[in-house]
Ligand binder design. Structure first.
Ligand code: ADP
Ligand code: MG
Length: 352
């Protein structure tokens, strides 16, 4: 239940029902699996035999997860959708249906909302995800955006964090560290002249690439399905908190240790250039940077030739970055200079 009019003191009105009608018109197309979409008390979807339902939800708060000074409403919608798509990808699933709950502050207009949905649906469209419902409320403070994404996976083909075995190889898709570099670029922009008087200039191309990787990340949905279909992966997670933290999740859930080869981490030329320009170690960006939404997964060593051949054929970019060890080994990293150390967990923490 929400009030029909989202009142603001000075200037009423986003009319909730008009807004919902407009959202329905723009984004509420239906396929046969949607028995009831937007417009009733709840949505109904038909589920197929032999399939499991995969569900994920995310709550994003203005000021914590996004900043309207550095991202457009469309960017925020896109990134929120990509994060949810990535969760389904990490389970090997096919995303299908989307629910969105929204709290709109006094300063929010229906134009903002439509931009938000435009970004969201831009991320969803390639995967044919349909908006089937949501909820709308006024907020006395910030924007709140909650998304719930529903998908499917053939039964017994889901990928978990818990299947890694001693001797398995550790792989990652794409490149890592870009999103953190992009976020830092966005945050430093207004103060750059003052705070970084001697920073080396970064080319516009690299800058745009990194900011794009932060604001418009790609969820590796096809890669996740491929890992599941061929039963390549023994354990999978998406990199949302940072490589060091997410690797730790796989290790904890699988009761194993891991050895990470830092010299092998896939770093983009733009990430290298950014790190050089700010006198940072790009490996630190890769280890700590979350929100790359790449997949981190483990593969039995005998699968290696098949995996790599198939990836090549599919055009997927994968890099082997380490190996699974017994639990007592802990999580260690080998530096490019051949020094070994225990990996400290430096990934993003929400409540510290
Ligand atoms: P109720 O009072 O039963 O919660 P609502 O008026 O909130 O009903 O919702 C009516 C319909 O509009 C439902 O199908 C709901 O899922 C959909 N809906 C409401 N808000 C949104 C939104 N922000 N995005 C998408 N669909 C929405
Ligand atoms: Mg409602």
């Amino acid at each position: 239940m929400a009030s029909p009019v989202l009142r603001t003191k000075a200037r009423p009105t986003i009319h909730e029902f008009d807004l919902i009608r407009a959202l329905h018109r723009r984004h509420g197309h239906r396929t046969p699996s949607v028995i009831q979409g937007i417009g009733d008390d709840a949505a109904i979807i038909a589920s197929r035999a032999g399939q499991w339902t995969v569900l994920t939800t995310d709550l994003l708060t203005e000021g914590v997860h996004f900043d309207l000074r550095t991202a457009t409403m469309a960017d925020i919608g896109f990134r929120a959708a990509a994060a949810n798509l990535s969760d389904i990808a990490a389970m090997g699933g096919t995303p299908q249906h989307l629910l969105v709950a929204l709290a709109i502050p006094r300063t929010g207009t229906s134009r903002h909302v439509h931009q938000l949905y435009r970004g969201m649906m831009t991320a969803c469209r390639p995967h044919h995800v349909e908006l089937i419902g949501g909820d709308t409320s006024a907020s006395s403070g910030k924007w709140f955006l909650s998304m719930t994404l529903i998908g499917r996976v053939p039964s017994r083909k889901a990928l978990f964090r818990s299947g890694a075995r001693i001797g398995d190889l550790l792989y990652v898709t794409g490149t890592i560290g870009d999103s953190l570099a992009g976020l830092r670029l966005l945050n430093e922009a207004p103060y750059r002249a003052k705070r970084h008087p001697r920073t080396v200039a970064l080319s516009t191309r690299h800058r745009q690439f990194l900011i794009g990787r932060h604001l418009r990340p790609t969820a590796r949905v096809a890669e996740g399905q491929w890992l599941s279909t061929h039963r390549f992966a023994t354990a999978t997670i998406d990199i949302s908190d940072g490589l060091s933290g997410d690797l730790r999740h796989i290790c904890e859930e699988s009761h194993v240790g891991a050895d990470l080869d830092l010299g092998a981490l896939p770093l983009s030329p733009a990430c290298h250039a950014y790190a050089a320009s700010r006198k940072l170690d790009p490996v630190d960006l890769a280890l700590t940077g979350g929100e790359d939404y790449e997949l981190l997964f483990t593969v039995a060593p005998r699968q290696r030739p098949r995996l790599e051949q198939s990836a090549l054929k599919q055009g997927f970019s994968l890099t082997c970055i380490g190996k699974i060890h017994p639990l007592r080994f802990g999580v260690q990293a080998l530096s490019p200079h051949g020094r070994r150390h225990r990996l400290v967990n430096t990934s993003y923490k929400h409540f510290t």
